[in-house]
Ligand binder design. Structure first.
Ligand code: PLP
Length: 617
């Protein structure tokens, strides 16, 4: 059971000695890294960032396009910008900017806040592109950026934005940003993120508007500033065919505009969309092309159109974000509890005279073997349903019901153990009915919002015990008070985990490919905030843990919601002081406790009331 690591893992991780290891330098296991971080008392979910994986993705993109340009003797240049919306967190962005410096890797901004970030951090001379709807203020920021010396292109989404640029250009200091026109393609992408392309998409200029825009630019004497056309057919383009269609359309629009007298038009920006393989199962692969195929298609098609229409081969810009960011982050979350762990034979209290069906369950359990396991399992589930009905009708008591639940769970475990090596299809149906619920110390809304919002799956696997067969069909429950906070067992993409006794041994799950979009889309549902994060630098001899940023304290979260934290504290203090149930000494103690709670984060720390086995959170 390798949890499809060869499918989604991009050779970034591998399994050895039953553990997931990082495939670089001294090859530490994720367990080692997590245990090292937890030595300082940190608990709860931890987001690990691996800068070497950012570097790898950037290097791959530039290399693939360099190879393609060489192969087809392409005359235009290749340029890339990173779209900040994908992950704006400083420990990601600052690393990305410095790792991208030698490639002249730039930034893309879609809002004033992102533009200001780009202006503050972009590598000197590297391109900045600006997309999205813009008011006069945002356009002025674009002018300021050009006045600072940035190589910036404002992509126009509508003619009103162009009017603003022309009017602001008259009032400012003579330095005008480059102008890009976003084209509204007839072609669209496929999949859940395809809405950005197509004739009804939210963004871009129609052919008629394009002609009008070029005339407006010409009349304003700004033709030398019109340098780029832009399109984006959607994120996570899983099929290369729609992209090729869009490229043909955009290539021809580029050539027509050049021939119409757009004298300085020299670039086509393809937007983002390079897909990431999220699937853990070969049967449900998400994408059908490789990066080199993508680069070859782009270069070949644009060259072909430019040559046929006798215009210069355009400079290529891409704005791929998901592809660059997804791999670098892994969320590690401790399992807190297995719900059927409660069902042990010590808790079974059979009576001298049990209801016949309970007695039968007991017999099934004792006489079950590999041959009859499946049959007995079916029988036991039928019996359970009958016994639960008998309880509802008042014919059996609570002790009988408890014995029923325990026996059925013991039967399930025994059966799964006996037939675990049988053909998957044979046991999947059973597994679906007898899932184990794993309570995991994380918030799905905060850390995997795309799963909640659009059912985007992410690879998940335990960090160790990978040399033991996992026998339990798993549904994962997060710690929010919301039943949507669940990754249910799915027979098409089944997840099996180990039957672990959390009281005696830690069990961590890794959620992979979470570096794109998840962090900033994450919601503070139940006031769970961004998990603690750490950056891991790995060399040949050792690994280093840097930039540990602990999850926000409860005080900070409340302050973010605009509570006056002093008022919250005073209210709590006054109410404790006013209590006539406790003594003055006890009040002092409780005030201290409240202070500690407010200054700690909200993730779970201990799960056993008797304080045993408290390490697992
Ligand atoms: N460029 C534009 C204009 C976008 O709208 C997006 C995201 O949808 C991107 C780039 C990044 O796309 P991706 O992360 O799929 O590469």
């Amino acid at each position: 059971m390798d949890y499809g690591i060869k499918t989604w893992g991009n050779d970034n991780f591998f399994i050895e000695d039953g553990k997931v290891k990082v495939n670089t330098g001294c090859e530490p296991s994720l367990m080692e890294i997590i245990q090292e971080i937890r030595k300082d008392g940190i608990r709860g979910p931890i987001l690990l960032r691996f800068p070497h994986l950012i570097q790898k993705q950037i290097r791959m993109i530039y290399k693939s396009f360099a190879d393609a340009r060489k192969e087809f003797s392409y005359e235009g240049s290749f340029n890339a910008v990173y779209p900040l919306k994908v992950n704006q967190f400083p420990n990601f962005v600052k690393n990305l900017v410095s790792l991208g410096e030698k490639y002249n890797y730039g930034l893309e901004a879609g809002s004033k806040a992102e533009l200001l970030l780009a202006m503050a951090y972009n590598n000197p001379n590297a391109p900045i592109t600006v997309n999205g709807f813009k008011d006069n203020e945002m356009i002025s920021l674009g002018f300021i950026s050009a006045e600072m010396g940035h190589n910036i292109t404002l992509t126009i989404e509508g003619l009103n934005e162009l009017e603003s640029i022309i009017s602001i250009a008259k009032d400012r200091f003579g330095c005008v940003p480059n102008i890009g026109l976003r084209i509204r393609l007839h072609s669209s992408g496929i999949g859940i993120w395809a809405k950005s392309g197509g004739i009804n998409s939210k963004f871009g200029l129609t052919s008629t508007e394009l002609l009008e825009a070029v005339n407006m630019i010409r009349d304003a004497n700004l033709l030398d500033k019109f340098t780029m056309i832009h399109f984006h057919i959607g994120s996570q383009i899983t099929d290369i065919a729609p992209l090729k269609k869009a490229l043909r359309e955009a290539g021809n629009i580029y050539a027509e505009l050049c021939r119409m007298g757009a004298t300085n038009l020299k670039a086509i920006n393809l937007g983002g969309g390079l897909a990431v393989e999220y699937s853990q199962h070969k049967t449900t692969l998400h994408k059908n092309y490789s990066l080199s195929e993508y680069a070859n298609d782009v270069v070949y098609l644009l060259k072909d159109i430019a040559n046929r229409k006798n215009v210069s081969e355009p400079d290529i810009f891409i704005e791929s974000g998901r592809f660059v960011a997804a791999h670098h982050a892994v969320l590690v979350a401790p399992v807190l509890e297995l719900f059927s762990q409660e069902y042990t034979d010590q808790k079974l209290h059979l009576k001298e005279n049990n209801p016949p069906l309970v007695q039968e369950l007991f017999d099934l359990f004792n006489t079950m073997n590999r041959k009859n396991a499946l049959e007995f399992l079916h029988d036991s589930i039928d019996h359970m349903e009958s016994l639960l009905t008998l309880f509802d009708l008042g014919y059996i008591d609570l002790q009988d019901r408890s014995n029923t639940e325990i026996l059925v769970n013991l039967i399930i475990k025994k059966a799964v153990g006996l037939i675990a090596d049988k053909k998957l299809s044979e046991i999947l149906d059973i597994q679906d009915r007898v899932q184990e619920r794993y309570l995991v110390n994380f918030s799905l809304f905060q850390s995997l919002p795309d799963f909640w919002g659009i059912e985007q799956t992410f690879p998940v696997m335990p960090l160790d015990r990978l040399d033991e067969t996992p026998t339990r069909s798993a549904s994962l429950w997060d710690i929010t008070c919301d039943s949507d906070g669940e990754i249910g067992f799915n027979t098409e993409t089944p997840l099996f985990l180990h039957d672990v006794d959390i009281k005696n041994r830690d069990y961590f799950l890794g959620f992979f490919l979470v570096g794109a979009y998840q962090e900033v889309l994450g919601m503070k549902h139940n006031l769970f905030t961004h998990p603690t994060e750490a950056t891991i630098i790995i060399d040949d001899d050792s690994f280093e843990i840097k930039n540990i940023l602990e999850s926000q304290s409860i005080s900070d979260i409340l302050e973010d919601l605009d509570y006056d934290i002093r008022e919250v504290q005073e209210n709590l203090n006054e109410r404790i002081e006013a209590s006539d149930i406790i003594s003055e000494k006890e009040k002092k103690y409780i005030l201290g406790e409240i202070y500690l709670f407010l200054n700690d984060n909200g993730y779970l720390k201990t799960i056993n009331s008797n304080n045993e086995g408290t390490n697992n959170a």
